[in-house]
Write a protein that binds this ligand. Structure first.
Ligand SMILES: [Fe+2]
Length: 258
């Protein structure tokens, strides 16, 4: 099965790039499922039902997220009902709205948060053990979006889950890393997929806004960057029967802003 996983999609520029590129990419690479991280969809922070719908209409099948999923309260009902295939990280405390994984078209998509330099979530290592025990062998294809800051924590989870899931793909830092590979046990891995958003920016936000924040230490509002947009995703080829990854390949394109 060929699955495309798109990293953090940043605001309107990110959504427009997906609308422009995804239909052709789906055909060109015979992609059967598309997963995208939606936590920066609306104005660069959080997700709204309208912006989420926009991605789903362009051919995205499952939306994952991260720590910014709570930014717009309008999305909260959708985390709990089945109207939209959207998930939040699994390792939030019990009772938090939403679900941490979803099974769609015989693929389990799992979202986890890292703790290092972020916050005190439940342990992503132990909670994934618990979830994988619960899921068992079905479905054989399991894709993990690991939304985390620290490279070491991401690499470590990749090794920890090697051979037990089809892919561990990092999101959250918005900067793609060059270490994509299939680990010995058959798990496709990359530390960070990289964002789909404005190229001349600081991880998606306007350069001047971010510089002011660093220079003054005043938490001013950050606007989404402008100009050329980069589209970054990982294309996975996975054995349908045993869920092992056969290959992982970066898909990267630059598009002009509309
Ligand atoms: Fe994040």
């Amino acid at each position: 099965m060929r699955i495309l996983v798109i990293g953090d999609v940043i605001g309107r520029p990110g959504r427009q790039a997906i609308r422009k590129l995804l239909p052709d990419l789906r055909q060109q690479y015979r992609i059967e499922m598309v997963i995208a991280n939606a936590e920066n969809l609306a104005g660069g922070l959080g997700t709204t039902p309208t912006t989420a719908d926009e991605l789903l209409e362009c051919g995205v099948d499952v939306l994952t997220s991260g720590n910014h999923i709570w930014a717009h309260k309008e999305i909260l009902p959708y985390l709990d009902n089945n109207a939209m295939p959207i998930i939040r990280p699994y390792n939030y405390p019990p009772g938090v709205p939403g679900r941490g994984y979803i099974i769609k078209d015989n693929v389990a998509v799992i979202n986890l948060m890292g703790r290092t330099f972020i916050s005190n979530f439940d342990c992503p290592f132990r909670t994934s053990d618990q979830l994988l025990t619960e899921l068992g062998d079905e479905p054989p294809i399991k894709i993990v979006d690991f939304h985390a800051e620290a490279t070491s924590e991401k690499v470590a989870l990749g090794w920890y889950l090697d051979g037990r899931v089809s892919a561990v793909l990092g999101t959250h830092t918005h900067v793609g890393t060059i270490d994509s590979r299939v680990l010995p046990g058959g798990t496709a891995y990359v530390t960070d997929i990289g964002m789909t958003g404005p190229m001349d920016s600081v991880i998606g936000d306007d350069i001047e806004d971010v510089l002011q924040r660093f220079l003054t230490m005043i938490p001013n509002r950050l606007n989404v960057g402008k100009g050329k947009v980069i589209f970054t995703a990982m294309l996975l080829d996975i054995n349908n029967k045993n869920g092992k990854a056969k290959s992982i390949e970066r898909i990267y394109q630059e598009v002009e802003e509309e």
